[in-house]
Design a protein around this ligand. Structure first.
Ligand SMILES: Nc1ncnc2c1ncn2[C@@H]1O[C@H](COP(=O)(O)OP(=O)(O)OP(=O)(O)O)[C@@H](O)[C@H]1O
Length: 339
């Protein structure tokens, strides 16, 4: 276990400024996700922490000790990649043992550590197989086994579940969280899947364009987004954004409301209401997605009952005032309320 302190970190490739002045403090034993759109710099930041990429300036400290000049081997980190990177000609046992053999650890200790990792991951029966004879989920477990076998202080995972099918992803993420709690290890998990980040993490670092947008607990990121980018990136379907003056507020504000907070009719006390033409009704199992044209904008609502209304008719939807979020129209920063 280690705490990680990143301060003023910049990473440039020639003229391309990829990471822009990042500050991030991760506590011992925390599960952290780096979340953001493709190309925002998540993997680059992970590789800088791993020592696979040099930083341009700034500092990275593990437990208070500056490590940015140390090579990957000296940092006591382990990495799990999306493609697992198992050695195809080695058995599961030898794949897991590999990092220990590199450290010239004695055979008895290696056998004990491999047995421990296999036990933790429930893959004892697979130890003599080659990777080609394993399913995707089993390969994933072996990759994690190889990562944890030498008790790293930090486990870094770069989209480790991306190659698994949907149900296995859900299963494996539960296992990864269980394992992290059991070992008490600090984990950094890179993903562009917000649901994965929400269910796994103690805190989420939301990034965009090389800049840290917010670093907070999942429900804080969802309910108290720092800015319009975070509000729009987290939550599905996406939050609606409307000009403040269209909602009876100030023109220099943007009002955000999540689709599931908009209900048809006026069953809410003192609601904020919007009326417009219902243009689309999409059935989605237990509820329906509605697209409503309001003042040149399309507003999306998630409803269970639209009381027999059809496209072309006028619909009124309302939200409780607590469901509204306000953003500065120029900077995108969240402001506490509209004037
Ligand atoms: N070696 C390199 N030279 C130049 N630019 C690079 C290099 N590696 C990465 N980049 C650029 O840095 C930016 C961040 O890339 P990075 O892979 O960290 O993003 P990411 O958020 O992990 O994206 P994804 O989710 O698609 O993997 C991208 O614009 C990428 O093109």
């Amino acid at each position: 276990m280690s705490s990680i302190n990143i301060a003023g970190l910049n990473k440039r490739y020639g003229q391309t400024h990829v990471l822009k002045g990042l500050d991030l403090s991760i506590k011992n034993g925390e599960f952290i996700s780096f979340l953001g759109p493709s190309g925002c710099g998540k993997s680059t930041l992970l590789f800088c922490i791993a020592g696979l990429e040099e930083i341009s300036d700034g500092s990275i400290r593990f437990d208070g000790r500056e490590i940015s000049d140390l090579g990957p081997r000296e940092r006591n980190i382990a990495l799990v990649f999306q493609d697992y990177a198992l050695y195809p000609h080695m058995t599961v046992r030898d794949n897991i043992a590999f990092p220990l053999r590199q450290q010239k650890i004695d055979a008895a200790t290696i056998a004990k550590q491999v047995a421990w990792a296999a036990d933790v991951l429930g893959i004892q029966a697979l130890l003599d197989r080659l990777p080609a004879a394993l399913s995707g989920g089993q390969r994933q477990r072996v990759a994690v086994g190889r990562a944890i076998v030498r008790n790293p202080s930090v486990l870094l995972m770069d989209e480790p579940l991306s190659n698994l099918d949907a149900s296995l992803r859900v299963h494996m993420r539960t296992e990864i969280r269980r394992l992290q709690k059991e070992l008490g290890i600090t984990v950094i998990f890179v993903t562009h899947d917000q649901e994965e980040a929400m269910v796994l993490s103690d805190r989420i670092a939301v990034m965009n364009n090389g800049v840290l947008q917010q670093f907070a607990a999942p429900m804080d990121v969802y309910s108290r987004p720092a800015n319009r980018f975070v509000a729009g990136f987290i939550g599905s379907p996406q939050m609606n954004f409307l000009p403040g003056d269209l909602c009876g507020g100030a023109a220099d504000h943007v009002v955000g409301v999540r689709p599931h907070d908009l209900k048809p009719g006026n069953g809410i006390a003192n609601p904020f209401t919007l009326s417009g033409e219902l243009v689309l009704v999409e059935p989605a199992g237990p509820f329906q997605f509605l697209d409503i044209a309001i003042g040149g904008h399309i507003v999306r609502a998630t409803c269970t009952d639209i009381a027999g209304l059809s496209p072309g008719e006028t619909i009124t939807v309302g939200a409780s005032p607590e469901a509204l979020r306000y953003f500065n129209a120029d900077t995108g920063a969240r402001v506490s309320h509209s004037r």
